[in-house]
Design a protein around this ligand. Structure first.
Ligand code: A3P
Ligand code: MG
Ligand code: MG
Length: 392
């Protein structure tokens, strides 16, 4: 039987939102969100789409990849100078997600109603915020036709990236050690080593064995858009899925055997408390990201400090919350779910005026999310095309 919402939300969070332009939702203390988790629905795929090798939207399965275990010992740094790294030059908003939803609605003649529509990445940031004191985010939200659309504050992220790129490496950094850009690369390299564009039984051995020499690109993708729920809130979430570990079932009610690939530095033989805590924090991000789209399996590529792939390990997503130690203040999945459910419920009481744009902001160590009406936001959260379709 589905667990029921049993969270006690402190009075200040239940109080009607103060007069705009701003309102706050307390994240801390986290204890307020403990207890059995709010009822959650198993995510069900509504529609999917791909991006091709030029990152062009394609309404098909061309971007689906299939998992086939990688050869161990590979160097994740190899091929770095030929990496095709896709960087968004303009604000992608929710455009491709809405395009896919619109296409589905045209086919079925049924409106895909939901309380919230957003990218999975936004929900990952929200869900994990209670257990990451350094978490920070900035997003925009707007109410349109009864649903709240949330997108990343793209200008803020772009500005942050420019700042980071301009910052010289810290003096203490060992020049022989891989830098941040390289560490970003090897996540994609691990994908190239572990995936095939055709199911393994149909793939020639030579293609499988040639993967360590294959060029790495993150232009192509496959995205799954799911319907899911938190407490009483329903959501349409879109996000990238790395691959399939078995054929996609033909019945839409069956779970899809998606896999999420992740790299992590292997733990030393006798890990210290700090090593374990660091990995447990990573597990929170891994779990939340996959949980939201209903990805049942995560495949960890263990690597050395220098980026040599030393092993792979499969984790079942729903077993991850049980893997972290109890009572170490690390994290607890039920609290994440309860927090997200309470936050979304509250957000509906704040984002009330059609067409207005609100900024959702969490600053490092702030302990609360501030929601403020903004007049300077460029808009464009809900694409023109989608608005026109919905008002037809
Ligand atoms: P790792 O997660 O193994 O480091 P995803 O895991 O979400 O499929 O993303 C694939 C890879 O993209 C990541 O692999 C990482 O290399 C890179 N990446 C994703 N999000 C990132 C971020 N916020 N900052 C830097 N790199 C990121
Ligand atoms: Mg991915
Ligand atoms: Mg991945």
């Amino acid at each position: 039987q589905p667990p029921q919402l049993s969270t006690s939300i402190p009075a200040n969070n239940l109080a009607p939102a103060p007069a705009l332009p701003s309102a706050r939702f307390d994240i801390q203390p986290v204890n307020q969100f403990r207890g059995a988790s709010a009822s959650i629905k198993r995510p069900q795929e509504v529609v999917h789409f791909s991006y091709d090798d030029d990152h062009q939207y394609k309404e098909d399965e061309s971007g689906i990849n299939y998992y086939c275990p990688p050869q161990l010992g590979a160097d994740l740094k190899a091929g770095y100078n030929t990496f095709r790294n896709h960087e968004e030059k303009t604000d992608p908003h929710l455009d491709s997600l809405l395009r896919a939803v619109m296409s589905k609605e045209k086919k079925t003649g049924k409106k895909e109603e939901a309380d919230f529509v957003t990218w999975r990445g936004m929900m990952t940031k929200i869900m994990t915020a209670p257990f990451d004191m350094f978490a920070e985010f900035s997003m925009f939200a707007t109410l349109h036709d009864g649903a709240i659309y949330i997108e990343e504050d793209f200008p803020a992220r772009a500005a942050q990236q420019i700042q980071e790129a301009a910052r010289p490496p810290p003096k203490w950094q060992d020049p022989s050690m891989p830098d941040h850009k390289m560490m970003t690369y090897w996540g994609y390299k691990f994908e190239t080593l572990s995936l095939l564009s055709t199911p393994p039984p149909e793939t020639p051995r030579e293609t499988i064995d040639a993967r360590p020499r294959a060029p790495v690109s993150n232009y192509a993708q496959h995205c799954s858009i799911v319907r899911t729920g938190f407490g009483s809130q329903t959501l349409l979430l879109g996000g990238e899925v790395d691959g399939l570990s078995a054929p996609k079932p033909s019945s839409p009610s069956e779970p899809i055997p998606w896999i999420e690939l992740k790299t992590a530095e292997s733990l030393p033989p006798n890990p210290s408390n700090r090593d374990i805590l660091k990995f447990e924090r990573k597990l929170l991000k891994f779990w939340a990201q996959s949980f939201l789209l209903g990805v049942p399996k995560i495949i960890i590529g263990w690597r050395s400090k220098m980026g040599i792939l030393t092993g792979v390990q499969e984790l079942e997503t729903n077993k991850i919350p049980g893997m972290v130690r109890r009572g170490t203040q690390c994290w607890d999945g039920n609290s994440c779910i309860n927090f997200a459910a309470a936050f979304l419920g509250w957000l509906r009481s704040v984002v009330k005026e059609e067409g207005k744009v609100y900024r959702l902001k969490l600053e490092k160590k702030a302990g609360f999310v501030e929601v403020r009406e903004v007049r300077d936001a460029a808009g464009g959260i809900v694409s023109k095309e989608f608005k026109e379709w919905r008002t037809e």
